[in-house]
Write a protein that binds this ligand. Structure first.
Ligand code: SER
Length: 316
């Protein structure tokens, strides 16, 4: 199989795990990792790595030609909380990087694109429970506006130019290998670190803030599976709703207390509360389940067990 993959944003929370997973499937030298920053040691040492600015079309094109890239996973983005602090930077990065890869595909230089969307495409006027695939979308964050716009462009490039672009609306993603940066759902990772380190966590969302979430292993499987699906099975070409579990800070804290009984949480909501309040609480992902066979594996109790097992060594 003449498949060669470029991951843009390979040093980030998703990119790190995605790179290693894809290297396991396709072979180390077939998966080229790239990022504006150096990546984790296992990525730098296990296969090719290029320093690459996702906003630099010519530099991306050079890497695509040099390595004869067929598939691009564009994982570079500025997330919701940082996006509110640097609106124009977030818009420029999130949109220009997408146009760069869409145009490479339009010009026949690559075959296939994965581009992540997010639950942030929804807004305060969206139905909050079991949010349907097609519904009111009036995002109120810069990040959400960029993802919503990106979805429209993905569908446009597919319909107009036949570009094979595939996308998922990720919920909050929880992982232990790489820390997230600048998101609103990041509390659900930080809480495990602080529970192990201090037995105490000060949460920037209030205890009732329910959000859709997913363990990273499930998110990686979804990403790879939508890319492996037959083109005719990928019926939605903006982005698929995707869901695994929903919880609030109080609920995740309870699962942690099963392992660390004297763990305590205090609540000091900040500007991220408004962002979280604008997002759905649960997601209807029946289209992904029907069209390309999506199903999640990890629930909240299982995730907490795995997170604590894997992080406790760092704090002993
Ligand atoms: N997890 C992201 C964030 O919080 C949403 O896609 O910004």
């Amino acid at each position: 199989m003449k498949k060669r993959i470029l991951i843009i944003g390979a040093s980030g929370q998703i990119g790190t795990e995605l790179t290693m997973y894809l290297r396991g499937i396709y072979g180390n030298h077939k998966v080229i990792a790239s990022d504006i920053n150096e990546a984790a040691e296992e990525i730098m040492e296990s296969g090719p790595f290029e320093i690459l600015d996702a906003m630099d079309y010519d530099a991306i094109q050079d890497v695509v030609i040099n390595y004869e890239i067929t598939d691009v996973y564009l994982m570079a983005a500025m997330l919701s909380a940082t996006g509110e602090k640097f609106p124009m930077k977030a818009w420029n990065l999130n949109m220009n990087s997408l146009f760069n890869v869409l145009n490479l595909a339009k010009d026949g230089k690559i075959d296939k694109i994965f581009w992540p969307s997010s639950i942030a495409v929804f807004g305060p006027t969206t139905p909050k429970q079991d949010t349907p695939q097609k519904t009111i979308m009036e995002p109120s964050t810069v990040y959400g506006i960029s993802k919503q716009t990106g979805e429209r462009w993905c569908e446009y490039y597919h319909n107009k130019y036949g570009v094979d672009v595939r996308s998922i609306r990720y919920p909050g993603l929880i992982s232990y290998k790489t820390l997230p940066g600048g998101g609103t759902t990041d509390y659900a990772i930080d809480i495990y670190h602080k529970a192990l380190k201090h037995k105490k966590y000060i949460c920037f969302l209030n205890e009732e803030t329910t959000l859709p979430m997913m363990f990273m292993d499930d998110a990686i499987r979804a990403t790879v599976n939508i890319m492996l699906a037959a083109p005719e099975d990928v019926k939605i070409r903006n982005a698929y709703n995707l869901s695994a579990m929903s919880f609030n800070p109080k609920k995740i804290a309870k699962t942690i207390q099963k392992h660390i009984p004297d763990f305590e949480v205090e609540y000091e909501p900040d500007f991220r509360q408004d962002i979280a309040d604008s997002w759905p609480q649960s997601i209807d992902d029946s289209n992904a389940r029907k069209d390309w066979g999506w199903s999640h594996k990890v629930d909240l109790d299982e995730m907490t067990k795995v997170m604590i097992e894997n992080l406790k060594g760092e704090y002993e």
